[in-house]
Design a protein around this ligand. Structure first.
Ligand code: SAM
Length: 214
């Protein structure tokens, strides 16, 4: 059996570098985070494959390429405070923890929030705060944020998230209908919001007060 570090390096070269991911810090973080440790036993054998995988509760851990491209769009330098909506397995939060000062991550499903928190603690990520809540409301007690990443799809970016993004901040989210979305990078600057539309994608729905009903 090939070792996990070897498979991770292969994942980075073949799935990320080969498709144009070039931020060296993002590549380094994805070489470092043990993706398999954020997965249930039944998904671990495929942990470094080029696909999203089930993590229970009808939810998924995103495809490595999608994690990389969304992370790259955040343009992290290391000093930022980041809000992630949709903790899921905790893997994306761990990648962000390598690249930012602090990560606040919000999940609505108690079982997933619990498992992710345990994995993050066991792996020693001390700069991640896990919250069980409706993430469409953001995390007002911890706002404002330099960066916000939404990892579930909605018809539009929830207003509370735009409000909780600080001046000069960047928000990245999948936006569209329930079946398919497009990644939007939103930059807040001088009271204006600039929107850049990127790759097409398919995410599970963002469910909550400012998201889908179910
Ligand atoms: N970032 C995750 C990871 O690294 O494993 C993958 C996220 S998964 C594609 C989407 C997650 O968003 C699911 O765990 C889902 O329960 C969660 N979610 C959906 N609506 C939410 C909401 N309103 N607040 C918080 N989490 C939500």
């Amino acid at each position: 059996m090939m070792d996990d570090e070897y498979l991770r390096n292969l994942m980075v070269e073949r799935q990320l570098v080969a498709r144009g991911i070039s931020d060296p810090r993002v590549l380094e973080a994805m070489r470092a985070v043990p993706r398999h440790r954020f997965m249930p036993e039944y998904s671990r054998k495929n942990a470094y494959e080029d696909m999203a995988l089930p993590i229970g509760q009808n939810q998924t851990i995103s495809q490595p390429y999608m994690v990389a491209i969304m992370t790259e769009l955040l343009r992290l330098s290391g000093s930022e405070r980041v809000l992630e909506i949709g903790t899921g397995s905790g893997y994306q939060a761990a990648v962000l923890a390598h690249l930012a000062r602090e990560v606040v991550t919000v999940e609505r499903i108690p079982e997933l929030a619990g498992t992710a928190q345990v994995a993050l603690r066991e792996l020693g990520y001390e700069n991640v705060i896990c919250i069980l809540s409706d993430g469409t409301l953001g995390a007002p007690d911890h706002a404002p944020f330099d960066r916000i990443l939404v990892t579930a799809g909605s018809s539009d970016v929830p207003i509370p998230l735009i409000d909780q993004l600080g001046e000069g901040g960047i928000l990245v989210a999948p936006v569209g209908d329930r079946a398919s979305q497009q990644i939007v990078q939103l930059i807040k600057s001088g009271g204006d919001i600039q929107k850049n539309y990127k790759t097409h994608c398919i995410f599970v729905p963002l469910i909550g007060r400012y998201g889908w009903n179910y």
